[in-house]
Design a protein around this ligand. Structure first.
Ligand code: FDA
Length: 391
């Protein structure tokens, strides 16, 4: 293959978007993927329906050392641009909740549209390729692989983060960044379930499978969505969201009754209205039964038996239940990686390394991590398109 304009490492969401956009500009594009299956994470996303974007995308939906970094790319490739691409390929979609768009025809349709768009503009995709060496040469970049040596003017790294290694995740992007002197913000699991210590696991084991609406907070971040008790700790959308803001040692405060503005006043009113009702029966009206039992503990008294102080303590437990996770389920269960190639080292307009012309980093390997709800794919599409525009 002679005179390549760009080699793109990784055939995931970002790499395929970059490839089809560059190909449409007439660039000669080679995509190298080390697994046999391009777009594997697209296929498993959104429970097989791919939550491909969110209608309310803005920079504040992303975590990054530089909170402004994502603005430029996100503003130039919007959720509507991706919807146009899907519509041209014959896909339809629906909004599930909170602006989250899912493909009616399933994740396979989304991936096929990307692959067909790449093929249409002459993108060459090679799968099952191992890279032995990457070097900067006078003509650009030389990549030695298990299927030959390739040289291109530009090299785009789109090899994703560390989540779910068994699906092909590697630290390749970080290694290349270090090789060329770029900084890395420590990659850690994000959008990931929490695990409890043994005593808390034992105390909450009856709750496994219970789900309830809550507001989960950590520091200044707060999410109102469902939580789910697991056999090892906590999961569910609210917990996954807050996990991205959590650091070892932090506590997480959970309001189990987010729809009740003042839980103490609400309990006081209930005591007045139904003094003979058991506390549990009052809570069962607003919480799943097993959770109500856990929150009341061994105290099976009636509302009338609850002193002012006891009602206060119960209100605090319900509206500010404080948990201290011992850790997370790690990369094997994380949906994404927080951290990655430092945005200080990249142009926010083009994703090109500031000190290494022709070298680009896009998608999840960059220190830009989206909330749950389609934001991570939107970053992959937008950063992929931004790099392609600059080629
Ligand atoms: P991505 O991981 O998609 O692609 C990287 C590619 O590079 C892979 O194909 C990989 O095999 C390849 N690669 C790695 N190392 C390589 C090497 N050394 N040489 C060559 N190739 C290499 N997001 C969202 O917005 N909506 C959703 O519904 C979901 N759902 C979801 C479910 C689950 C279970 C997970 C794990 C994740 C999600 N996500 C999500 C997150 C989303 O999948 C993720 O943010 C994007 O796929 C990131 O796109 P990238 O292209 O950056 O990496």
């Amino acid at each position: 293959m002679e005179n390549l304009d760009v080699i793109i490492m990784g055939a995931g969401a970002a790499g395929l978007m970059c490839a089809l956009t560059a190909g449409a500009k007439g660039k000669k594009v080679l995509v190298l993927e080390h697994t046999e299956k391009p777009g594997a994470k697209i296929l498993i996303s959104g429970g097989g329906r791919c939550n491909f974007t969110n209608l309310e995308v803005a920079a504040h939906n992303y975590i990054s050392k530089n909170p402004h970094f994502a603005k430029s790319a996100l503003s130039r490739y919007s959720p509507y641009d991706f919807m146009d691409l899907l519509a041209q390929g014959g896909a339809t979609w629906h909004e599930k909740t909170l602006g989250q768009l899912f493909c009616n025809e399933g994740a396979r349709k989304v991936l096929n549209i990307l692959l067909e768009a790449c093929a249409k503009v002459g993108v060459v995709l090679k799968v099952g390729v191992e890279v032995a060496d990457v070097a900067s040469v006078s003509a650009g970049y030389r990549v030695e692989t298990s299927c030959g040596t390739f040289t291109a003017t530009n090299l785009v790294i789109a090899t994703g983060g560390m989540s779910i290694p068994k699906m092909g995740a590697t630290d390749f992007g970080y290694r290349i960044a270090r090789q060329f002197g770029l900084d890395i913000i420590e990659p850690v699991p994000a959008l990931v379930p929490f695990v409890f210590d043994e005593a808390t696991v034992a105390a909450t084991k009856e709750l496994a499978g219970v789900s309830t609406l809550c507001t989960a907070s950590c520091g200044t971040a707060s999410f109102r969505e469902n939580l789910l008790f697991t056999h090892r700790g906590l999961s569910g959308p609210a917990i996954l969201q807050i996990s991205s803001y959590w650091q070892h040692g932090d506590t997480v405060v959970i309001n189990l009754l987010p729809s009740i503005a003042d839980v103490f006043s609400w309990l006081k009113d209930k005591k007045k209205a139904r003094p003979r009702a058991s506390v549990k029966s009052i809570l069962v009206d607003v919480l799943p039964e097993r959770l109500a039992v856990y929150m009341v503990g061994h105290d099976s008294g009636n509302m009338a038996d609850y002193s002012h102080e006891k009602l206060h303590a119960l209100a605090a437990r319900l509206s500010a239940w404080t948990v201290k996770p011992t850790g997370t389920e790690g990369f094997k269960k994380a949906e994404v990686t927080r951290g990655g190639v430092s945005t200080d080292c990249l142009s926010s307009r083009t994703m090109e390394a500031k000190t290494q012309p022709g070298l680009y980093f896009i998608g999840e390997c960059v220190d830009v991590t989206g909330w749950l709800g389609g934001y991570n794919f939107q970053w992959a599409w937008a950063s992929g398109a931004a790099a392609a525009d600059a080629l």
